[in-house]
Design a protein around this ligand. Structure first.
Ligand code: NAD
Ligand code: WQD
Length: 345
């Protein structure tokens, strides 16, 4: 299939491009590199031995999108978004504009190009503070911050759009906590500035870029008092997108799927697994709870298991080993001063 991947230079997008190219799909990426590096795309090609087309552009710009759709597209995988919860509280309008505005522009371009299949990066954030865990897809939805609001609104807009066009198929993938890296260590997560998320923070402590981890609370009603999450290997997540594209080809309508392992790990358990995988001590201090955090959030992945025929296969040890392999081989992430050699604009 000819696939258009928005945000394909980013963390999850680049890993998904590997899975798509390895499955024999033709891939075009559109990305404005606002939170990524074109080097990731060079490395995707190095890993797969296949080339992809890169349009450096913004999905809110109709000309950039027209360029991306040139040559025909069978389905779109839509990663492009801003994703920092804290920043979204400081600059909600930037998040509304980029995420919601970008998604509307993308749907318009899809209509113009006659493309009717969409796989969308949603998030467990749409469950807000869930009443019970593991969470099922039919649990009540709620936003607790502007970033989460954009995911919720985008899900609803896509649903309405699908309802208006019976031939349209949309798959909403609600990721839990993606971590890890491609086993080659060539691509991985490279946050700008201080990481918000646990795994990249731990990895940067292990590699000596940060002194110690701050654990946000040890007084939660969990076995060791620290927060419990459903961590998911990014290569399992990448494979789920391949499955979702195939599913969309045969199932018009709009459906949401949780993507997680169904198994939760606490912050302390993850730290311990990372110490084992890396052989490095992870100094930490206990700090106060982070605003908006829940005690425990895990997925009920049965629907994705049954309908997408997808199961997460990597355990926490593989997640930590691959995160460490990436971080130790690229202590400073991607250097950002190289350009991609096949720009189309
Ligand atoms: P990322 O920031 O690494 O990737 C997003 C990519 O989109 C970046 O390359 C960025 O440059 C690009 N982008 C952003 N706005 C754009 C625009 N207007 N036009 C073109 N490109 C644009 O983030 P990620 O972790 O790979 O996340 C991918 C998607 O998955 C996002 O939609 C995110 O909200 C969602 N998600 C991520 C997580 C997570 O923990 N990483 C969890 C749940 C959902
Ligand atoms: C995991 C656990 C923290 C950092 C976020 C977004 C969510 C989704 C995934 C996009 C929690 C603890 C963390 C640190 C810590 N993203 N922690 N010290 O909060 O589950 O989810 O990313 O859609 O929307 O909210 O992930 O990795 O930030 O935190 O103790 O320095 O680690 O309190 O218990 P979270 P996280």
């Amino acid at each position: 299939m000819k696939l258009l991947v928005t945000g394909g230079a980013g963390y999850i997008g680049s890993h998904t491009c590997v899975a798509l190219l390895e499955a024999g799909h033709d891939v075009t990426v559109i990305d404005n590199l606002c939170n990524s590096s074109a080097i990731a795309l060079q490395r995707v090609q190095e890993i797969t031995g296949r080339s992809l087309r890169f349009v450096e552009g913004d999905i809110r710009n109709p000309e950039h999108l027209a360029d991306a759709f040139e040559g025909g597209v069978d389905a779109v995988i839509h990663f492009a978004a801003l994703k920092a919860v804290g920043k979204s509280c400081e600059q909600p309008l930037a998040y509304f504009d980029n995420n919601i505005g970008g998604t509307i522009a993308l749907m318009q371009a899809m209509e113009q190009a006659g493309v009717s299949r969409l796989v969308f990066s949603s998030s467990a954030t749409v469950y807000g503070q869930p009443e019970k865990v593991p969470v099922r897809e039919d649990a009540p939805l709620n936003a607790t911050n502007p970033y989460g609001r954009t995911k919720l609104v985008m899900e609803q807009l896509i649903q309405d759009w699908c309802a208006s066009r019976p031939e349209t198929a949309a798959v909403l993938l609600r990721y839990f906590n993606p971590v890890g890296a491609h086993p080659s260590g060539l691509i991985g997560e490279d946050p700008r500035g201080e990481p918000d998320n646990l795994m990249p923070y731990v990895a940067q402590v292990a590699v000596g870029r940060r002194e110690r981890l701050r654990i946000y609370g040890d007084d939660y009603p969990t076995p060791d008092g620290t927060g419990v999450r459903d961590y998911l290997h990014v290569m399992d997540l990448a494979r789920a997108h391949r499955k979702a594209v195939d599913y969309a080809a045969a199932h018009p309508g709009c459906e949401a799927f949780n993507l997680g392992t169904g198994r939760g790990y606490s912050v302390l358990e993850l730290v311990q697994a990372f110490e084992q995988a890396s052989g490095k001590p992870i100094p930490y201090e206990i700090s106060t709870r982070r605003a908006g955090d829940v005690a425990e959030l895990t997925a009920e992945p049965a629907l994705a298991n049954a309908k997408l025929r997808w199961v997460a296969t990597h355990d926490i040890h593989a997640m930590c080993a691959d995160a460490w392999n990436w971080q130790s081989k690229n202590p400073n992430g991607y250097s950002r001063d190289m350009s991609f050699n096949t720009y189309s604009r």
